[in-house]
Ligand binder design. Structure first.
Ligand code: KDO
Length: 332
């Protein structure tokens, strides 16, 4: 189990590190730089596959991509700090992790905000996101290269009781990742959220320490959660997004041509991963049904109403940049 720690206090220190990195003498142009990527995902996760199959070969002329999966190099949620401190070159980060350090990012942790993968991609590319990205660079020494589609998060429970509305989740121990924003999502859905690291979910489900977890269908298959659960409730409560996070210090050492190659490699990998993930999401309902799980759609309107109201009246909403919600909603 992981504790929910507020790391905002650490930001002052991190900003200092980033400023120091910016002042350090410019090292010679990148020759054979190693790009260590750390994350909690499995190697079969489509984001991992995309980076290995598309990103790695594209940058091979000047960089070696070196992935570390299952949080073996850095614990889930500590990767941004590792990049900020120049201890790591890459990660796949999330708005929930960014929000622990830069509260305005909590807007993207809100359930039922983004409509689908296309909306997510357009919002990330919109000019109104430039300032948000720049703050991440300046404060954390992290460049967000591209947006990766993780999928629509669905409830996946080891209990048998049918879930139609948020009221049916009362008292249910729902695992969420260990940040404040994630825990709030579990609460907004009507459940009793418990923080557990991604790598501990399977055992927590198996032993009954938790009643359920939420993740997109492809993640459920990759991490075999279906083996220790009985049902999937298709709430689609979050069109989950991740970002390819890249060390700004390493970026600044690349030549303009190398930077262009890295940027294109990241965009191509994100697109490849997105298409594969969408295809899997469309196919996997049958996979789970064949393995004996119940898969069904609840009263999604009831979930949407409750979750949206919870976010709009939450303390998080006070940190959202003025007008951003409207700009996000206006993107077609
Ligand atoms: C999870 O811990 O449930 C989560 O899905 C959260 C995501 O933001 C992302 O970090 C993901 O885990 C990991 O990459 C593992 O797939």
């Amino acid at each position: 189990m992981t504790k929910n720690i507020d790391r905002r206090a650490a930001l002052a220190g991190l900003a200092g590190t980033a400023a120091f990195a910016a002042l350090a003498p410019t090292p010679s142009r990148a020759q054979g730089v190693t790009l260590r990527m750390s994350g909690p995902m499995t190697p079969t996760d489509q984001r991992a596959v995309a980076l290995e199959q598309i990103f790695a070969p594209a940058v091979r002329g000047f960089a070696t991509y070196q992935p570390h999966y299952n949080a073996t190099l850095f614990r889930q949620g500590t990767e941004l700090e590792a990049i900020a401190r120049n201890n790591l070159e890459m990660s796949i980060t999330s708005p929930q992790e960014l929000a622990t350090l830069l509260p305005e990012w909590s807007i993207f942790t809100a359930g039922y905000l983004l409509r689908d993968a296309e909306h997510q991609k357009k919002v990330f590319a919109a000019p109104f996101m430039d300032g948000m990205k720049k703050t991440v660079e300046d404060r954390l020494n992290v460049k967000l290269l591209s947006v990766m589609y993780l999928g629509r998060r669905q409830l996946n429970l080891r209990t048998e009781k049918e879930i139609r509305t948020p009221a049916d989740l009362a008292g249910l121990k729902l695992r969420m990742p260990g940040t404040e924003a994630w825990l709030f999502l579990g609460q907004a859905l009507g459940a009793n959220p418990l923080p557990v690291a991604f790598t501990e979910i399977y055992t927590a489900l198996q032993t009954g320490a938790i009643d359920g977890q939420d993740n997109p269908l492809p993640t459920n298959r990759d991490s075999k959660f279906f083996e220790v659960t009985k049902q999937i409730v298709l709430t689609s409560h979050l069109v989950d997004q991740n970002y390819i996070a890249f060390s700004k210090r390493v970026w600044d050492r690349l030549t303009p041509a190398q930077q262009q190659t890295v940027q294109k490699a990241a965009d191509d990998a994100a697109e490849f991963g997105r298409q594969n993930q969408l295809k899997l999401e469309a196919e996997l309902e049958d996979f789970f049904k064949e393995r004996g799980l119940r898969v069904y759609t609840p009263d999604v309107a009831a979930f949407r109403t409750r979750v949206q109201q919870a976010y709009l009246s939450s303390k998080f909403a006070n940190d959202w940049p003025k007008g951003l919600l409207e700009q996000i909603n206006a993107i077609q």
